[in-house]
Design a protein around this ligand. Structure first.
Ligand code: NAP
Length: 283
């Protein structure tokens, strides 16, 4: 039986992995979070791996408050870069495979065709910079890894755009949402399933992979569908990013080309609307 350590497991992705445990009975899961295993503490990590043989680490731990990263960059770097470097170093020492999660915010959004894994990165925000540094640390320190970049993650767990729209639509008759940032929502349950499916392949494939749901939309389209599926009467108005300033600059276009992951692992990925409907039914 293979032992899988899931770090940051009380976040969106970690919780979705927990829900899939019964479907992957060939794996033994160890779920930790900042209180039980702070990934910024090298000694604790080292002791953990000394005591327990781990075959795979799925690193779901991250500093994900994108706007807060602009003013709290040191902490963002500590979690999104330095701690990831520790895990990457330890993957060599203790011979485990590191599955690390990264983001579409490593791109500047200037492309007009979906981003491939090999496309040049150029983050616009401190969050994007810290996540890109984490990716580089994995490349430099680990010999056995996968970096899965994902975008616009949501789930029935934690805080996310879906839950914000559902909450605010109950409080207001009208909502304004940007229509000039284009990407693809990703149901964290679909990403969790893809990760565990990859681990069953027993491949030594190393590198970056892009994963999101299928299809393309703006945040305005996403919000419109959320309200449609939740039978809300709240009205959504499209606005430009310039009329909704945020501390962190987001890419205007961050759609992924997912051919690589689909071809290598023979995946069929659900459309974002189909997964959104599924998630809303769970809520
Ligand atoms: N959310 C998105 O829209 C999005 C988009 C693209 C990529 N991603 C990436 O996808 C991955 C999963 O994101 P998510 O949305 O599931 O994140 P999340 O819900 O914010 O969960 C992250 C978890 O990591 C924990 N954590 C923070 N610092 C830690 C530390 N030092 N040691 C151990 N655990 C720590 C957090 O605990 P606390 O809550 O107590 O801090 C939280 O439980 C991340 O790598 C993220 O960068 C996310």
């Amino acid at each position: 039986m293979k032992n899988i350590l899931v770090t940051g497991s009380y976040g969106q992705l970690g919780n979705e992995i927990r829900c899939l445990v019964p479907q992957f009975s060939d794996f033994h899961f160890i779920f930790t979070d900042v209180d039980s295993l702070n990934i910024s503490d090298f000694e604790k990590l080292n002791n953990f791996f000394e005591k327990q043989k781990i075959h795979f680490v799925i690193n779901c731990a991250a500093y994900t408050a994108v706007d807060k990263c602009e003013t709290d960059f040191d902490n963002a770097m500590k979690i999104n870069y330095l701690s990831v470097k520790y895990l990457a170093e330890l993957s060599k020492t203790f011979s485990f495979r590191l599955i690390h999660i990264s983001t579409d915010y490593v791109f500047d959004g200037k492309s007009c065709v979906p981003y491939k894994e090999s496309d040049a990165t150029n983050p616009l925000s401190k969050y994007g910079i810290s996540k890109l540094e984490g990716e580089k640390a994995v490349w430099q320190e680990s010999e056995n890894f996968l970096i899965l970049r994902t975008s616009w993650l949501y789930s029935s767990f934690g805080n996310n755009f879906l839950k914000t729209i559902l909450r605010v639509s109950k409080e207001k008759n009208e909502l304004k949402v940007v229509f000039d940032q284009i990407g693809t929502p990703t149901f964290a349950a679909d990403l969790a399933f893809a990760i565990l499916k990859i681990l069953t392949f027993n491949t030594s494939e190393t590198g970056i992979f892009h994963f999101s749901n299928e299809g393309v939309c703006s945040w305005y389209d996403f919000a419109t569908e959320i309200l449609k599926f939740s039978h809300s009467n709240c009205k959504i108005l499209p606005i430009e990013t310039k009329d909704y300033p945020t501390p962190a600059v987001r890419p205007t276009f961050s759609v992924f080309n997912k051919s690589k992951i689909k071809e290598i692992f023979n995946f069929s990925i659900p459309h974002w609307r189909e997964s959104l409907e599924k998630c809303i039914k769970l809520l």
